[in-house]
Design a protein around this ligand. Structure first.
Ligand SMILES: [Zn+2]
Length: 304
């Protein structure tokens, strides 16, 4: 049973308070229709076709959860923060790289002979910066690359086989690349279509964290609207056998009072026939095992 994982960096479940939580004040029509309300901390939400479970991202380690350890935990099912004794920001350390290279979903599923894809588009500028050592790979890219996955480029984007991290391709056009514009909804539809050709498809969206840190021009409310469009499009185009999973590595965007990460739980939203595998999720370390369990299930004649 195929799975599409929409990974949103820095999205927690906060209180339903429009004054502090952009998810509580945003229109978010897709999320509200799906969940019967906004994407906020309401405990487990169990509705026809969808399950939302809050997951701990602090992992019993003091301090604020961070991306490198959070993404390593999410991708491997190992408590990466406990393994290295702290929350590691941004780029994975040597120990985390070893963990990712051997135990990520990309690596383990490929060893099992599964068809696996990272659906992000990587720009020529990104590859040049890697080459010049001006940039290192963050956890998701590193895990996919070391598992032998091909990092998709502009030709893939033009052919409908990938989506740029900003969903719309606007940034690429600003850099002078001739790529067609997509709406967030169309980006979601495209990712669902890509997922129809694979067994596990992963997409990383990190404007959520950057906007919450105040590091990009887009404000938190704009990015919440993009998330809603992305999820709405993915569900709109999902084949009946596809399970769409939306999750995160740590909180941030849901608390506009600060630009720092939060210790809030993160959403594990599972829509589609494999959602039951996510009912037992309590922490972000439970996500990779649930993805594997969903993949292992035969496609039955279930209805969404
Ligand atoms: Zn961050």
């Amino acid at each position: 049973m195929p799975v599409l994982v929409l990974f949103l960096d820095g999205v927690g479940l906060g209180p339903e308070d429009p004054a502090t939580n952009p998810f509580a004040r945003g229109a978010t029509p897709a999320l509200r229709a799906l969940l019967g309300g906004p994407l906020v901390d309401r405990g487990v939400v169990d509705r026809p076709g969808v399950l939302l479970v809050p997951a701990d991202a602090a992992l019993g380690v003091p301090g604020l959860p961070q991306s490198a350890t959070g993404q390593a935990a999410l991708l491997t099912g190992t408590n990466a923060a406990a393994l290295v004794g702290r929350h590691v920001t941004a780029y994975p350390t040597r120990a985390l790289r070893d963990l990712l290279a051997t135990h990520s979903l990309f690596a383990t599923l490929r060893r099992d002979g599964r068809r696996v894809a990272l659906a992000n588009t990587y720009s020529p500028e990104y590859f040049a910066a890697l080459e010049a050592r001006r940039l290192r790979m963050a956890a998701v890219t590193f895990a996919a690359y070391t598992a032998g996955l091909r990092l998709r480029g502009l030709d893939d984007l033009r052919a409908g086989r990938s989506v740029f991290h900003d969903l719309t391709g606007q940034r690429l056009r600003e850099w002078g690349h001739d790529v067609p514009p997509l709406t967030p909804f169309e980006a979601g539809q495209r990712l669902a279509a890509i997922a129809g050709c694979e067994e596990m498809t992963f997409f990383e969206f990190f404007l959520t964290d950057l906007a919450a840190h105040g590091r990009v021009a887009s404000g938190p409310d704009d990015v919440v609207a993009m998330v809603d469009g992305l999820i709405g499009g993915a569900l709109d185009a999902a084949a009946p056998d596809l399970t769409v999973v939306v999750t995160s590595d740590h909180g941030n965007l849901e608390d506009a009072r600060s630009t720092a990460h939060t210790t809030n739980p993160v959403p594990v939203l599972a829509a589609g026939p494999g959602r039951e595998a996510f009912r037992g999720v309590r922490a972000i370390t439970d996500i990779a095992p649930a993805v594997r369990a969903t993949l292992a299930r035969p496609v039955a004649a279930e209805v969404r």
